[in-house]
Design a protein around this ligand. Sequence first.
Ligand code: NAD
Length: 275
Amino acid sequence: VIESKTQVVKDEVFWGCNRRHILERLRLDGRVAYVTGGGQGIGRAFAHALGEAGAKVAVVDLVLAKAEAVACELSLKGIKSLALAADVSKPEDVQRMVDAIVAGWGTVHIACNNAGINLNSASEETSLEEWDKTFNVNLRGLFLCCQAAGRIMLNQGYGKIINTASMASLIVPHPQKQLAYNTSKAGVVKLTQTLGTEWIDRGVKVNCISPGIVDTPLIHSQELRPLVRRWLADIPAGRLAQPTDLQAAVVYLASEASDYMTGHNLVIEGGQSLW
Ligand code: NAD
């Protein structure tokens, strides 16, 4: 008995403030989250994961019907959810989104800035319109969301921001036609690193997830489908990622278990960026 008591005391010194069970530290009970681009694909998987871990989840999408469908799926699981329409590239929409969540649930603890588009055209043919559209959603939208949610989080001294970047921020999958996309995603990583270091001492952690090729409607466009077949041969894992392959990562980055982590780019790509 004496030996085991001594062990407990030693453990308490060793573990410091992190004595709680690891699975408990991954729970998100009482947390308020939102997910942009939550109406399908990766965002839908993130919304389910955060909700299953205990958070209330606002599902946000350009298309309200999609957000409503996912919010309905969450409700059927007993997860508190709401559906909101917002175009993340518009400051007034982003502010309205954050205001609505605060009005409903009092605050925002977890901001999952995931909405993104990939327009795919050969670099020499990429129009300024395509370039601007890509950057407006993928980077300007992300900045607006980080800023609007970040203000609330800084004010309360706590927050977790998880941005969706891409493996394309690191490598250039060949063959490809994604100049604007790849460049915007590299910007997401730098924005994440910059905010992550700027805000960590005020309790706000900012990280991003870089998925490889994920089996969602995004990659089933006519332009992308033939490329995806070629890319598949370069994935050591031998298969595309499923949105569910990313779920544990978003819960980890949203939870206190990752409190010492900020500005990080968590790459989940079945080994594709390594060879
Ligand atoms: P998806 O096209 O399946 O879903 C994206 C969702 O975002 C859609 O529901 C769409 O309506 C919504 N959306 C689009 N523009 C929006 C806007 N302006 N405001 C709000 N919502 C908007 O895409 P996905 O594959 O689930 O991708 C999600 C994120 O993951 C994107 O940022 C994408 O770049 C990134 N990503 C995807 C892959 C992949 O292979 N699928 C790989 C790496 C990164």
